[in-house]
Design a protein around this ligand. Sequence first.
Ligand code: ATR
Length: 285
Amino acid sequence: MEITSETKTIALIGHPTIHSRSPQMHNAALRKLGLPYVYLAYDIEPSNLKKAIAGMKALQFTGWNVTIPHKVAIIDELDELDESAKAIGAVNTVVNRNQKWVGYNTDGLGYLQSLQEEMKINLKGKKVVILGAGGAARAVGYTLAIAGVKKITIANRTMSKAERLSEHLAQWTETETVSLDSCKQAIESAALLVNTTSVGMHPHVEALPIHPNWLHKDCMVSDLIYIPRETALLHAAKQVGAKVHNGMGMLVHQAAIAFELWLNHKAPIALMKEVLDHSLYESKA
Ligand code: ATR
C-alpha cells in the first residue's frame, strides 16, 4: 500500500513495545483489505503518557492499542469507557468516535472467542480455576463470569490479590480463593484451568505453576503464554489426555476485535493468525 497524504494512523503505545507483533498483524490485515491506514508502535515512558496522548488526539489518530504499563493510567485521558473496560478496570483499545475518545478492553472477549473457536467448550454452569490474580486474570475472569460459568476459583501466590479479584468477580458469579499450592481439590471438579501467571514463560520453560499430578483428562487446560507454544503445563496436561489451548489465539482475537472497532470492517483473522504464527515461531527457527 502506497502511503499518501490520505493515509491515516493507528498505533500501539506501551513501554517497551519492541517485542510486540501487533504491527505485523495489523499492517498485513490493512494491506490485504486495501485500507488506507498504517499501524505503528511507540515506546512511551510513563512520564510522557499525557503528552503522547494529547499528540495522538491532535494528529487525529483513528485509535490505538494500549499495553503495559499504560492500561490503567490511560483511563484518565479518555472521555468514555465501554462496559468491559469499566468492569475490567483497564483499557487496551482506544477509538476516536467523532472526537470522543472511547476506551475498550478486547483482551477478555479475545480470550473467550479463541477458547470457543479452538476448544468448542460450553462454559455455562461449569467450574473454572484461574491461576494468577493480575491484569490478565481480571480480564479473563470477568469475561468467563459473564459468559455464565458457575464458579471461579482464584489461585494465587499472593492471597490478598486473589481475595481482591475474587470479591470483584463475585458481582457476576460465585467465587472462592485458594493458594497456588492448595488448588488440587478445585481442579478435581473444574472443567477448565487457566494459567494467567508468567510461570513457564520463555526462558524459564521448565517451570510449572502447579503440581502436574493434579491435572486430569476432564479438565481442559488453557495457558495465556504463547512463547513457548507448548508450556510445561500444557505438555503435562496433554500427557493425562486433557485438551489444551495456548495464548496465541487470544492475541489474534483481541487484535481482530480492535481492528473491527477502529475500521468497522471484518478483520481477516486467518491471515492475522498466519502472520503471528510466522513471526512468533517460524522466523526464530
Ligand atoms: P498480567 O497483566 O500478565 O496478569 P501481573 O498483573 O503482573 O501481569 O500479574 C502476574 C501474575 O502472575 C500474578 O498473579 C503473580 O502472582 P502474585 O500476585 O503473587 O505476584 C503471578 N506470578 C508471577 N510470577 C510468579 C511466580 N514465580 N510464581 C507464582 N505466581 C507468579
